[in-house]
Design a protein around this ligand. Structure first.
Ligand SMILES: [Ca+2]
Ligand SMILES: [Ca+2]
Length: 93
């Protein structure tokens, strides 16, 4: 993985962990999709991403960007949108 910019090295390595397998670990109700609640857990557990305070705000932004059919769950192709959005946000942070 290659990222440009001034982020600390530990942020760069944690960005590489953001993929579908990582997200699906947080699919607690096993419905094959990631709800906003599940996404918040993922963000909180990631820790280094964003301060805890932002987890609600950040999850809502990710949902708005990735949940194309507005059913409140990220699944299938939407997962890729979510991953792309998250990486873009985080590499700019
Ligand atoms: Ca789920
Ligand atoms: Ca959806």
């Amino acid at each position: 993985m290659h990222f440009r910019g001034g982020s600390p090295a530990e942020n760069k390595s944690s960005l590489g962990d953001i993929d579908e397998n990582w997200l699906m670990k947080y699919d607690k109700n096993k419905d094959g999709g990631i709800s906003e609640k599940e996404l918040r857990m993922a963000i909180r557990e990631k820790g280094g991403w964003w301060p805890l305070l932002f987890s609600h705000w950040y999850a809502a932004r990710c949902m708005a960007a990735a949940d194309k059919n507005r059913d409140g769950v990220i699944r299938g192709d939407e997962l890729n949108s979510l991953i792309e959005f998250a990486k873009k946000q985080l590499s700019n942070a």
